[in-house]
Design a protein around this ligand. Structure first.
Ligand SMILES: Nc1ncnc2c1ncn2[C@@H]1O[C@H](COP(=O)(O)OP(=O)(O)OP(=O)(O)O)[C@@H](O)[C@H]1O
Length: 579
């Protein structure tokens, strides 16, 4: 009870906290659900890139009713402002299945308390197989529009229906720790033919030759070992490797130079993905003339929709803005190209260096010996070395402190064992005292006879208990008061020594934990970037959370238990040794 009850209280408290956390997590707002609808719309499913799990996407009946004549009218046939509901109504007719994406009067913002909407009354439709370019100034809501299509951005009003599975390449390339190949496949089965095509259209062949282990090269956490352009192209390759009906590409051309950008646009977006619905957010306005439709966003609203020629000929201000932006983008590209070329040069130099060290690697590394492995977390097994103990205790204090703490621990255990020993001695003394007093008086019927050969015998007729005592040996017995005083003294010393030893011991352990943590933290803050490149942050966090938790909580308790039991067993084994 005394041992388990406090533990039970701790467990209950911790469980309550955990349950509350899980409850808070489960009560979080759900991502707006889309659905699967069968029927005239066909099967409508949205699948995010990299996820085999379809998230549901429902095309509302209203949307279906809105679209009445999908075949004869194209968005590009006229420049449209934001009254797209009317436009949709004008053009309506066909089933939603004819449209890949239908956005109707969408107003949305990232946070409820924001004064301005991120998207305001946006209405669009994208037909299957179209290449739609989304352009606009920085912060105009292009990425947010894609997030709204992905159901990541909650809608305040309006609806979005998506006809088909979706693959998404984000603006910020995202890579996980693993090989380049794993990053591209992202858990999907290897289709060598498709994989080769993807590698080619994403201009990764040359990179695979430069990388030390080709596509088996470990990219490090978030792709730290790769250049920005390589990260962007691998991210794009992952998005297009996935078979999908709709590809949402968020500015994939911005991180590459003009030559590679043109290759990606022509071979990948217009070549490999031809026939698929593509929504391309871009600042590279030189490619706009190829797009079937251009959507100009400004301040979260659709400013114009149309083909490049229509927009240019419209005579509206935005067309001038478009021309201006094209000019600016060209200049930007030139600047970026020079920056990129130095970046790629650095990356190429380091790759070349690595290649020299690992000559023989190829595009698709098939040589088993050259396949790199992810550095696994190391864990020592077997007995703990004396150096570990020394490092731990020396982190808690100097030799004097350690000796003092251990001395107090031993003394407190000695006092505990002494109390037990004295109690047993005292009960024996009381027994002999009884026999002696009865034998000396000779009045008791329990005394079997007089003292013979210095031996007094005693037998209780009721219980059958019998005992003899050596009068010579037990001639002197400590008085009862003495026994009480000695026992009280031992109990007091047990209390004082136990409290002191526990306080000193846990203070020492706490100082050891703090000093070890600080030493680790100092080392981390002074580590080179190479350390962070080769050690995933998860592993580093593990050292600070789980391992430090063990040092804080489990090591001191286990150690004090070990010391107390060790001293106890040593003391109990001493009499046996003497025998
Ligand atoms: N995840 C988010 N959470 C909160 N606000 C966001 C989030 N993403 C974007 N925003 C806000 O939404 C607005 C539109 O941003 P968005 O990224 O959509 O613009 P953009 O047109 O894609 O810009 P860029 O051309 O720089 O990529 C910005 O004011 C931005 O601060």
């Amino acid at each position: 009870m005394t041992e388990s009850f406090p533990l039970a209280v701790i467990e209950v408290a911790e469980s309550t906290v955990s349950i509350k956390r899980v409850q808070a997590f489960l009560l979080n707002e759900e991502v707006a659900s889309a659905a699967t609808q069968e029927g005239s719309c066909g099967k409508i499913t949205t699948t995010l890139e990299g996820s085999n799990k379809p998230c549901e996407c429902r095309c509302s009946l209203n949307d279906t009713e809105l679209v009445k004549d999908p075949v004869n009218t194209k968005i590009s046939d006229k420049i449209t402002t934001v009254d797209t509901v009317d436009r949709l109504l004008e053009k309506t007719g066909g089933p939603t299945s004819k449209k890949s994406i239908v956005i109707t009067n969408v107003t949305a913002k990232w946070m409820e308390d924001l004064p301005k909407n991120t998207l305001t009354d946006v209405s669009l439709d994208v037909r299957p197989g179209e290449l739609v370019a989304v352009v606009g100034p920085v912060g105009s809501g292009k990425t947010s529009l894609l997030h709204a299509i992905l159901k990541e951005l909650p809608l305040n009003s309006g609806s979005i229906s998506v006809g088909g599975s979706v693959s998404y390449a984000s603006q910020e390339p995202w890579l996980f720790t693993g090989s380049v190949r794993q990053n591209i496949l992202f858990g999907q089965p290897m289709d060598r033919n498709r994989y080769r095509q993807v590698v080619r259209v994403c201009a990764l062949e040359r990179d695979f030759q430069l990388l030390p282990h080709g596509d088996r090269t470990i990219v490090g956490e978030r792709g730290v070992t790769l250049s920005g352009g390589q990260r962007a192209r691998i991210s794009l390759a992952r998005a297009i490797y996935k078979e999908a009906d709709i590809y949402l590409l968020d500015d994939p051309l911005s991180a590459v130079d003009t030559r590679v950008g043109r290759h990606l646009f022509e071979d990948c977006i217009c070549g490999f993905l031809v026939g698929k619905t593509r929504v391309l957010v871009t600042h590279q306005l030189q490619y706009l003339h190829t797009a079937d439709d251009i959507i100009i966003l400004n301040n979260g609203a659709v400013e114009a929709v149309g083909t490049f020629t229509k927009l240019q000929n419209s005579g509206l201000d935005f067309a001038k803005q478009l021309e201006l932006e094209v000019g600016e983008t060209m200049d930007d590209n030139l600047n970026r190209m020079s920056a990129r070329s130095s970046d790629d040069c650095v990356s190429q130099c380091s790759a070349n260096r690595l290649q020299h060290q690992n000559s023989g690697s190829s595009e698709v590394s098939s040589v088993a010996g050259s396949i790199p492995e992810m550095a696994a977390e190391m864990q020592a097994r077997g007995s703990v070395g004396s150096r570990v103990y020394w490092v731990y205790f020396s982190a808690g204090g100097n030799c004097m402190v350690i000796l003092l703490v251990f001395g107090l621990c031993v003394l407190s255990q000695l006092a505990i064992s002494g109390g037990d020993y004295w109690m047993s001695y005292w009960s024996t003394v009381e027994e002999h005292r009884l026999i002696m007093s009865e034998a000396n008086s000779g009045s008791s019927q329990n005394v079997t006879g007089p003292i013979v050969n210095d031996t007094a015998s005693y037998q209780d007729s009721n219980s059958g208990y019998s005992a003899t005592t050596d009068v010579a040996e037990w001639g002197w017995l400590p008085s009862r008061e003495t026994c009480i005083y000695v026992y009280s003294g031992l109990v007091a010393s047990v209390i004082i020594l136990s409290v002191c030893s526990v306080i000193c011991f846990f203070t020492m352990c706490m100082r050891a934990s703090i000093n070890l943590h600080n030493a680790m933290f100092t080392s981390i803050t002074r580590a080179t970037m190479r350390f962070f490149n080769s050690n995933p942050s998860g592993q580093i966090l593990n050292r600070f959370s789980k391992d430090m938790g063990t040092v804080d909580e489990i090591v001191p308790l286990t150690m004090i238990d070990c010391i107390q039991r060790g001293v106890l067993y040593s003391l109990t084994s001493v009499p046996h040794c003497k025998v």
